[in-house]
Design a protein around this ligand. Sequence first.
Ligand code: ACM
Length: 682
Amino acid sequence: MKKSLLIVFMTLLIVACTHTRKAEINVIPRPVEYALFDKVFKFDKNSKLSVEAPEECKKRLADYIATTALALTIADDATENTLHLKLIKSLEGVSSAEGYSITTDKNGVSIAATSEAGLFYGLQTVLQCIENEGGVPFGSITDEPRFAYRGMMLDVSRHFFDKEFVKKQIDALAYYKMNRLHLHLTDAAGWRIEIKKYPRLTQLGAWRDRPIWKDWWNNGRLYVEEDAENAHGGYFTQDDIREIVAYAAERHITIIPEIEMPAHSEEALTAYPEISCTHEPYKQADFCVGNEKTFEFLENVLSEVIELFPSEYIHIGGDEATKTSWPSCPLCQKRMKKEGLKDVDELQSYLIQRIERFVNSKGRQIIGWDEILDGGLAPNATVMSWRGTEGGLEAIASGHKAIMSPGTYCYFDQYQDAPQTQPEAIGGYLPLEKVYSYNPVPEELEQDKAKLLYGIQANLWAEYIPTPEHMERMIYPRILAIAEIGWSAQETREYESFRNRALTAVEHLKSKGYNPFNLAEEVGNRPSAKQDSQHLAKGKKATYAEGSPFYDGYAAGGDTALVDGKHGGWNNNDGVWQGFIKGGIDIVIDLEEKQQISFVGADFMQICNPWIFMPCEVTISASDDNSNFKELVKIEHKVVEDDSLSFKNFGWEGETEARYIRYEAKSDRKGGWLFTDEIVVK
Ligand code: ACM
């Protein structure tokens, strides 16, 4: 053993003998391995910084440190009261270049890593210790990320958020060791990046007549000229982009730009209608794939984008194309014939593959939403899996990289607490615990394929988020769960511990001027969803009448879902609510023997945006022989559409005896849903 190592070892041994070992360290993400003690090293005004690294790296680290709570003077030969950073060739037990080790004793704190990023992440751990532990605990930490890609997507199209906002989020992301920020720069609601060759994209496409997306969406979806009195919106100039990219790079975050194609492009196609199938403004969401001018446009735009963003990846969207104009467009039809494309999915794939060749020719790679699998995946593409994880797994199975961002766990536009306590959101219910419960690596993924699972990303769509404060409330603290999923080893993750650390982090974020959701005041799920109920129908057989099937996508467990004792939460999509889209509900429950009954009832949910309504009529009846039913009650209900999420029990109370209970519910909304979670019999 080298002499210096021996000294460190001896010191730690002495500390170990005289101090209590810490079970926990208040850092997010939780480091992979640590042996720490309750004694801490505190920096003071005499503390020094010494850096063993090439000059440029040293300067960048020192400049960065000068912006943090650590105001240290450089003194390379300092050996006491020092923060010592050292770039080394290899680090035992660490395979990722982002990994680091920290050793702390009475002389100070030493961080070692094989890359500047590793030193930077070690520094974040030190900063969090100073903030949350009163200093850096004596002992050692060895740490490295689970995934190489740890990202967040911000939708700056639906509402525009400026460069200062973006830079502020970069600071927080870096503090929690996130390393990718994906900017959704283009969509119907506004084009947000200056493109010199196509000025109309931002003269017209970045401005609309109403500031709030929902008002704009429901009132004609008009764009206006930049200098119009009622112009609302904005965009990043190319200088803004350079500034954001450089700021992020200093914090080891790569900005990934997304330019949507072929869909979500109403703003671009209103600014340049000649590249839509019908050549008229305001008519199309999808580019015309038959027109060579479309490729000229996309390649010119991408050339400027590639020039601005050094990212290995360019995100080309690819989601939710309607493809409705392509079947009747002569140019699209001609293209399909010439290229031997059998359907519109293959036409989309033609566009993506051609764009991939272009992007690859510039030395970059494409990422697309999982719809880019339809019609054939481009040879080098990485898939961002959002409609569940199947798309990502399919991509991995065929040798492609995938980034997991399934809506159920990673879509931060959903409510994070009881909806009635929160500002309006798009729907759903995604509390911190649910985000944290996600493990991106499914058991069935073979070991040798797991390395293609590149990482995880949270997506924050901004339709319902008009202000920066609201945006931050939706990001924090949920992004901390993504940070820990992305970094910490799965076997070290545990929600109780994480929640405690997140509570501290919320206070820290507040002190830094962020507006996190106040986790300490979390209300939680619908009270009835918190525990199973016991009742006479639980575990009994439920038979659905012909013509009254539940919808497979909302089966919630199938035939037993309404008699399993489980009650749904705030979200119709939580796997507990059962959905019916046609024929209403008509179910008979067999209680197996004649029973004394005093209550029969079921809860329904209404949320009009996704077209879920209360029933207009419920009939409850009882029978001894499953043939002659006696009506217990018929409830008429006037369905009133509103903006809120509501729940109502439709039930009967009285005294009767019966073996069979029939529960019928009708909807008066054509194409509307009924959602119920349990038929309770007492
Ligand atoms: C998406 O949410 N449309 C990617």
